[in-house]
Design a protein around this ligand. Structure first.
Ligand code: DSN
Length: 421
């Protein structure tokens, strides 16, 4: 039983969230379960410290210890991703993207990015986001029949639009991104190449997805998805962009860095260098492939026919359901996921025709292929008969066996032990 400092009802909600996470299979593709050491770093006295500026050049006294933490984090980010330079201060992926765009562009410059409806991200040009408000956005999409990005179409669009910045990266795209081809197109049209690897950062670190770092001018990411660190952002880049990027992060779009979060990022980056993490990244991808295959065998349509990474979109429209209904039917049996637009979706974003499933979190708690196949079987059962209460009771039992068999608490501890060995 976890001990909390007082009877403040906040702690009750925190405890209940811990219980919810233990009792649910987490398939939200952007979530994960951190290690005990990452969690501990977040709860340190570093949260008390102001450190505007960068190591050795701060606007506050008393920064000698946090300087060491940030230097360690920077060195680990450069080493893990094989990058020339890094900035570890962004509070989030979107703030990393704000800084990258500020460093690479002037307001009103033209950007070519993956459309949000086809798996892109709000911060890549949604009209109500800073990116859509301050830049001229053009979008490429996926092909209708293959539901994949066709690089010939991206090239044709880039030649027509002549963007100053070509953006590769997605939050709901299940196939490899061909960074070399993106770089060739960017070169041909005189654009800079920015990659947002938020979803796949851990897969890149673990060597199971091609790395954008050799090809891109700037690579942004979040640290809490497949990378399995604390909630936050991070940027790696070519040395030539570092000065502009640093100034875009601070004082451009942030004030004081969250030094406790930077300590936690440093811990997570060290974990991501371990042999255990490579096995984890491989298992995430294998589990996603097994999930897609089993769902497909049970008659569910996987967008683009499968997955190369940690996630997939499942088209539920053929079952007479929309994505919101599918999300809620799975929620009722303690399987958590999110409704998601699929390419060329006829439904609005609050309904959608699809759900997005990812395997980063369930793999962290230890589920392997056999458990994933069992889980996929009951997901298919529920989606085929979403109102069958007897079925729901049976499935809740299966989910309980899986969650109790693979507690998150135990996985956090085991990860620390693996790192020490
Ligand atoms: N909201 C995140 C996701 O779920 O993919 C992206 O920022």
């Amino acid at each position: 039983m976890q001990r909390f400092p007082s009877d403040d009802p906040v702690w009750q909600a925190v405890a209940q969230e811990g219980e919810r996470q233990e009792a649910h299979l987490e398939l939200i593709a952007s979530e994960n379960h951190t290690s005990a050491e990452v969690l501990a770093a977040l709860g340190t006295v570093l949260t008390d410290k102001y450190a505007e500026g960068y190591p050795g050049k701060r606007y506050y006294g008393g920064c000698e210890n946090v300087d060491r933490v940030e230097e360690l984090c920077l060195a680990r980010a450069r080493e893990l991703f094989g990058a020339e330079a890094a900035n570890v201060q962004p509070h989030s992926g979107t703030q990393a993207n704000v800084a990258a765009l500020m460093a690479l562009l002037e307001p009103k410059d033209r950007i070519l990015a993956l459309s949000l409806d086809h798996g892109g991200h709000l911060s890549h040009g949604h009209p109500k986001n800073f990116s859509g408000l301050f830049y001229e956005i053009h979008a490429y999409g996926v092909e209708k029949h293959s539901e994949r990005i066709d690089m010939d179409q991206v090239r044709a669009k880039a030649l027509a639009v002549r963007p100053k910045l070509l953006l590769a990266g997605a939050s709901a795209y299940s196939r490899y991104l061909d960074f070399q081809a993106f770089a060739a197109i960017a070169r041909e049209v005189g654009a800079v190449l920015m990659v947002d690897q938020a979803h796949i950062a851990g897969l890149v670190a673990g060597g199971v997805h091609p790395s954008p770092v050799p090809y891109a001018d700037v690579v942004t990411m979040t640290t809490h998805k497949t990378l399995r660190g604390p909630r936050g952002g991070l940027i790696v880049c070519k040395e030539a962009w570092l000065k502009k990027l640093n100034s875009a992060v601070f004082p451009g779009d942030q004030g004081g860095p969250f030094m406790h979060a930077i300590a936690a990022k440093a811990v997570a980056l060290r974990e991501a260098m371990s042999a255990e993490f490579k096995l984890y990244a491989r298992a995430v991808v294998d589990n996603a492939a097994a999930l897609a295959r089993t769902l497909s065998e049970r008659g569910l349509r996987i967008v683009s026919g499968g997955t190369d990474n940690h996630l997939m979109l499942v088209d539920v429209s053929g079952l007479g359901l929309n994505g919101a209904e599918a999300e809620s039917a799975l929620g009722a049996v303690n399987v958590t996921c999110n409704k998601n637009l699929i390419p060329y979706d006829a439904q609005p974003p609050m309904k959608t025709s699809g759900i997005r499933l990812g395997t980063a979190a369930v793999t962290s708690r230890g589920l392997g292929r056999a458990e994933i196949q069992r889980m996929a079987g009951v997901i298919a059962d529920v989606l085929h008969a979403p109102t069958d209460e007897a079925l729901q009771r049976r499935v809740r039992g299966v989910v309980r066996e899986l969650t109790e068999g693979f507690p998150i608490r135990a996985a956090r501890g085991a990860r620390q032990a693996a790192l020490r060995n």
